[in-house]
Design a protein around this ligand. Structure first.
Ligand code: FHN
Length: 446
């Protein structure tokens, strides 16, 4: 079986599995029913929406095997077998400044890194369990501490991805839909797992690393009918850091206590991945996550890199749908980052240095997104992003504002337009060499 076929099967298996779990989620799993976001939290939500572009990082001991972040599950390894992996994880080439500078050079304003993935291994110095990087690897250092300090130094917000699903902890019991017999005992204490272990580690992450942008949860879909004690966990996070945003990747409609709605491998409301909800919150900031190649964690067989232009168009389409884009990289176990990722992200950064005005701080609209392209708006400007249109004239539906002027963002050239009650017609400048996005800036009366 070819690698490509295997990964396609794994991805479709994951999609089918996730889709199945979403359908059977019980809505009555507790949430922070009396949640009223604090003024700091509402301010943090606005800043989150203004940031628009973030770096997602999947990095852990699984990176050593170069076969993605699900290798423990996909190879049906035993706990005793997987327990040897940390001794091979010694990222001497890890340099927080290089990582944060790369994100910054790409025009990214925040980083979301896996503090622990489904293997339960803590990539930080946890006193709650010795199944962590400081106690179990020859590296013996806390990369999240270095990253947090560097993010604070460079003005980049840091979010922690935290997996609620745990394939390693015996108290993650009853087991979930992704379970296999990996040698864990046939019993465990679910309440202890949630209230002591998980909330204990979340307290560490929200206490020992300075101000954190928020927690990006994942894995609830493994036990759709379980009571995850969300009311307690969400209240704990909002008590420890009121401005911290809770971003749950549960593929479901948002619950009280959650601060951002995120969509995996999909734009808001689109469900091409098969497991995302089509419900789009009109209250919460939106985010869409995707991978720069085909995998989240480092996979040595994955060279399906997206081009810089693809990332730019993804970012524009996300912004036009009032959403952020969280673009993922899977660093090498050494701590180095694949040069293919570096060149693409730096190219996107070049693009953002020219087009960023039409992305940062904007909101989607006022014209609905279409195959032709999208619009974004900020103060007295509406940015028309022509992404997929070859004809010289573009007819758009009417907008409430009177257009005073139209010009090309890239060179300031005046754009001819006519505005009538039934719509707006723009004379679109011809695309110059592989231009990912032709942006027309409309100055409108507010
Ligand atoms: O199982 C995870 C997967 O490994 C990865 O972390 C993605 C990122 O959004 N989320 C889950 C799949 O939905």
């Amino acid at each position: 079986m070819t690698k490509a076929l295997q990964s396609a099967l794994e991805k479709s298996a994951l999609a089918v599995f996730l889709a199945a779990t979403v359908l059977s989620f019980n809505r009555n799993a507790s949430a922070q029913t009396d949640y009223k976001p604090s003024p700091e939290n509402l301010q943090a939500r606005r800043e989150f929406q203004d940031m628009k572009f973030g770096m997602f990082i999947h990095w852990g001991v699984y990176s050593v095997l170069g076969d993605g972040e699900w290798v423990f599950h996909n190879r049906k390894l035993k706990i005793d077998e997987y327990n040897r992996l940390p001794m091979f994880f010694d990222p001497e080439k890890f340099d927080a400044r290089t990582w944060v500078s790369l994100a910054k050079s790409a025009g990214m304003k925040y980083i979301t890194i896996t503090s622990r993935h489904h293997d339960g291994f803590a990539m930080f110095d946890s006193k709650v369990s010795d199944w962590n990087i400081v106690q179990r690897t020859p590296y013996k250092k806390d990369p999240l501490k270095m990253l947090a300090d560097e993010c604070h130094r460079q003005g980049i917000k840091l979010f922690f991805y935290y997996s609620q699903l745990d394939w390693h902890n015996p108290d993650y019991y009853p087991r979930g839909a992704t379970n296999w017999d990996n040698g864990r005992p046939g019993q465990g204490d679910w309440n202890a797992y949630l209230d002591t272990y998980m909330d204990g580690q979340l307290t560490e992450l929200l206490t020992n690393y300075g101000p954190i942008g928020g927690i990006w949860f994942d894995g609830m879909w493994d036990k759709p009918n379980a009571d995850w004690h969300l009311d307690k966990t969400y209240a704990l996070i909002h008590k420890l850091q009121p401005a911290a945003l809770i971003i749950p990747n549960h593929h479901q409609t948002p619950r009280p206590g959650e601060d951002v709605q995120t969509f995996e491998r999909d734009l808001p409301g689109q469900n091409t991945a098969g497991f995302n909800t089509e419900y789009v919150s009109t209250q919460l900031p939106l985010e869409s996550s995707d991978t720069l190649n085909d995998n989240w964690g480092f996979n040595i067989g994955d060279s399906k890199y997206k081009s810089a232009a693809e990332v730019e168009r993804r970012l524009v389409r996300a912004a036009g749908n009032d959403s952020n884009l969280l673009m993922n990289i899977g660093p090498y176990p050494s701590g180095e980052i694949d040069p293919q990722f570096v060149t693409r992200l730096q190219a996107v950064g070049q693009w953002m240095s020219k087009y960023g005005e039409s992305i940062y701080g904007t909101r989607g609209g006022p014209i609905p997104a279409g195959d032709w392209g999208v619009t974004t708006r900020k103060e007295d400007k509406i940015y028309v992003h022509v992404l997929n249109w070859s004809a010289p004239l573009l007819a758009l539906p009417p907008i409430p504002n009177k257009v005073a002027a139209a010009r090309s963002l890239i060179d300031g050239a005046v754009i001819e337009f006519t505005q009538k009650g039934d719509g707006l017609i723009l004379k679109v400048p011809p695309a110059k060499n592989e231009e990912a996005d032709r942006v027309i800036v409309l100055t409108v009366a507010r």
